[in-house]
Ligand binder design. Sequence first.
Ligand code: ADP
Length: 556
Amino acid sequence: MSADDQIKQLQKELRVLKHEFERLKENRVLLEQRWLFQTLHEEIEATNRELDIAREAAEEANQSKSIFLANMSHEIRTPMNAILGFTEILSGLIDDEQHLEYLSAIQTSGKSLLGLINDILDLTKVETGKLELEYEAVDVQSVFLEMKHVFSQRIRDKGIDFIIDIDESLPSVLILDEVRMRQVLLNLVGNAVKFTDGGYIKLSVYNRYPEEDRSKLDLVFSIADTGIGIPEDQMEKIFDAFEQQKGQSFAQYGGTGLGLAITKKLIEMMKGEISVESEVGKGSTFNVVLKHVDVASVSKSELERELGIDVESVVFDHASILVVDDVAINRNLVNGYLEPYDFTIFEAENGEEALACIRIHKPGLVLMDMKMPVMDGYEAAKISKETPETGNIPVIALTAAVMKQSEEAIRELCDGYLRKPVSKMDLVAELMKFLDHTVAEPEPVPAVSESLEPEGVTSSEVHSDTALENLPELAQILETEIHPIWEELKNSSVITDISDFTRRNLELSNKHEYAPFTSWVNLLQKHVTMFDLDKVHETLEELPGLIHAIKKHISE
Ligand code: ADP
C-alpha cells in the first residue's frame, strides 16, 4: 500500500473512531441524563412522601385544634352561663350602688367573653370547612329592617341618624342563609355604630339582575357611616383575623379584630365579595355583593300565613303532580303548599328528568320552572306536548321571566302561567282549572284533639272552656310576639335573655291556661333554673311545632 493510501485508510479509521466517539459521548450524556432524571424522580417521590406525611400531620393537628376549640368553647360557655345567670339574679337582690357596679362589670365582661368564644369558634369552623350554609326562603327586607331595631338604643344614645334605603323592586323572599346573613349585617352595622359619633349611618340595598330571566339576582348592599374612617394603607389588613387600625384605643373601642375576618369569609362562602372605601375623619362605606341569589318561588304573605288559610276548603280528588325546578328549596316550598291536599308529588331537577318522569308516571299535571340547566322548561314542555301519549297532560309554567316576549311564548306553549313568587291562592286557583275538586263547607270548631294532650295531663285540664276560647288569641300572640323573639334566641347562649323570654311565656301560660303550652313553659323554666343549656335549646326547638299544633287544632 502506498503512503497515500495508508494516510487515506488512517483518515477513514479516524473518522469512524470520531463517529464512534461522538456516539459514545451522546450515550454518556443520555445515561447521565437518565441517571439524573432517575435521581430527581426519586428525590421528588421522597419529597412528596414527606409532604403527604406533613399534610396528614397538619390536617390532624388542625382537626385536633378544631375539636379542642369546640370543646373548650362548650366547656367555657356552660359555666359562663351560670355566672351570668346568677349575676342577673343577684342584681335583683342587692341595693348597694357599689356592689351593683361590680356586678355590672362581671356581666359586661362575661358577655364579651361569650362573644369572643363564639367568634373564635365561627372562624375555626369556616377555616376548617366545617361551617355549612343552610339555605332557606328568607324575608330579606325584614332582616335589613331589623338592624335599626337591634341598634336603636346605641343609636339614640350617640345621637346619630340611621337611614335605611331599600330598593322597592327587591323581591320579598330570597333563598339565603338567614342566620349568616344576619351575622354579616350585625358585624358591619355594629362596627359602623361603634366607630361613628355624629352624623349618620346609611344602609342601602339594591338588586341587579344579571340575566333576562329574573329567577336569580345580585343582592347589593352597602353600609356607609360618617365615623372615624380608615387610613388607606390599612383598608386591606382590617379584613385579617385579629387586626385593628394601628394605634386604635382599646379602652375606647374594645373589640377583637375577628368580626371583619368572619364577615369576609361568610360573604365569600355565599358567593359574594366585600370591599371598603374610606376617608380618615369623614367616614367609611362597606360594599357587599352577593351574586346569583335565587329568588323564592312563593310570596312573603304566604310564607307568613303558612298553611291553614281559606283555600284549604278546596278538596281536590286524588291526583299526581310533577314539580320541576332546579332549586331544591323552591321545590320544597311548592310541596309545602300542596301538602294539605291528597296529591302524590313527583320531583324533577331539569327538563330531561321531567320528561322521563312524565313518560313513566303520566302525572295529572306538571308545574314547570322554565330556566333550568341540562334541558330548560320550554324544550321539555314542547317535547311533552308533541308526544301523543303525554300531549294532553297540562303543563303550568312557573317562571320569574319578565320580558313580554318570553311571557307570550310561554303562554302559547303551556296550559297555564304563574309568575314567581307565586301565592298559595294563585297556585290553588290554577290547579282548580285542571284538576277535579269540590269546595267543602267550613266545619264547626271541635274540642281539643287527643293528640295535643301531653303526657300526664288529664283530659279535663286540656278541655277547659277558657283554654278553648282563648286559643286563637294565644296562637296569635305566640306567632306575632313570641316567635320573632324565639328566632333571635334559639341559638343564643345568653341565659338572661332566655330567662326573660321564659318569664314572658309564664305570664302567658298563667293567663291562657292551656295545658300543652303550660307544660312546655314549665319544662323550659326548669331547665333555665338549672342553667342546663342543652336541655333549654332542646325545649326551645319544640316551640314551632307547638304553635303549628295549636293552629291546626283551631282550624279543625
Ligand atoms: P373589631 O370591631 O372587633 O375590632 P372587626 O374585624 O370587626 O373587629 O374590625 C377590625 C377593625 O377594622 C376595627 O377594629 C377598626 O379598626 C376597623 N373598622 C371596621 N369597621 C370600621 C368602620 N366602620 N369605621 C372605622 N373603622 C372600622
